[in-house]
Design a protein around this ligand. Structure first.
Ligand code: URA
Length: 236
């Protein structure tokens, strides 16, 4: 039985900022179990109490997990003044504190996990965890023959150390799958630049155990299944 202050409950569920919902509660816009409640610190039982805000039911969800097939042109941020963000793509979201787990460049497409689970985010992004990320890549020039061997040894992308071993699987002279286990800024693009070619298209296909659902068109999303969540957390 989880108990939460009414103002926190409503703010977390996207009804407004903490100060906006406080003001709204004081004006009588919130009800618990059919009774108007004007005290902002009234405790809500998130499992049994029925909360209404502006006469609309507001149910509580502690964690949300979405898989988005990110389209090009959308930024991996929670807010942006110029571009649509990946959060704007998630129309079904309930919580106000969702964020993308890591970043894809504006022109990169494919798998992006969106959640409010900070512990899982840390588990997936911590440089110490070496979580594999697989991308499909197309290049402007033929990928040199020795690239797979070079990527396997690590390449100089201008950082203090070489990149960690990465796996390259050629699909054609100008396309490949690449699997990396770190997440340096523009890493895949910089790795291909280091071998003399330019990435013209990049799409993430997987992150750890999570694989992009091929039925999702660009810009579409779905919630993760329980088994996908458990697998990501390392519980299976
Ligand atoms: N590497 C890149 O260069 N860009 C991305 O968006 C992801 C990985």
């Amino acid at each position: 039985m989880a108990k939460l202050r009414l103002d926190k409950y409503l703010a977390e569920m996207g009804c407004g900022t903490r100060s906006q919902v406080k003001e709204a509660i004081r004006k009588g816009r919130a009800c618990i179990n059919g009774e108007p409640v004007k005290s902002v610190d009234r405790k809500v039982d998130t499992t049994t109490d029925q909360v209404m805000f502006d006469k609309q039911p507001v149910s509580y969800v502690e964690m949300e997990y979405y898989m988005l097939n990110k389209p090009a042109g959308v930024v991996s941020a929670t807010e942006d003044h110029r571009h649509k963000t990946v959060l704007d793509c998630i129309h079904q979201k309930q919580r106000s504190d969702l964020f993308p787990v890591g970043r894809l460049d504006i022109d990169t497409e494919g798998l992006l996990l969106i959640t409010n689970d900070g512990a899982l985010c840390h588990q997936l992004l911590s440089p110490k965890k070496h979580v594999d990320k697989c991308y499909y890549v197309e290049t402007s020039e033929n990928i040199p023959e020795e690239t797979a061997a070079l990527f396997c040894e690590g390449v100089d992308i201008g950082e203090q150390t070489l990149t960690l071993p990465a796996k390259l699987e050629l699909l054609s002279p100008t396309s490949a799958y690449i699997t990396i286990c770190e997440g340096k800024f523009h890493q895949v693009k910089r790795m291909f630049e280091a071998v003399g070619t330019k990435v013209t298209y990049l799409k993430r296909l997987s992150m750890g155990s999570l694989v992009l659902d091929s039925s999702l068109a660009y810009g579409e999303y779905r919630t993760l299944t329980d088994s996908e969540i458990r697998a990501l957390k390392g519980e299976v």
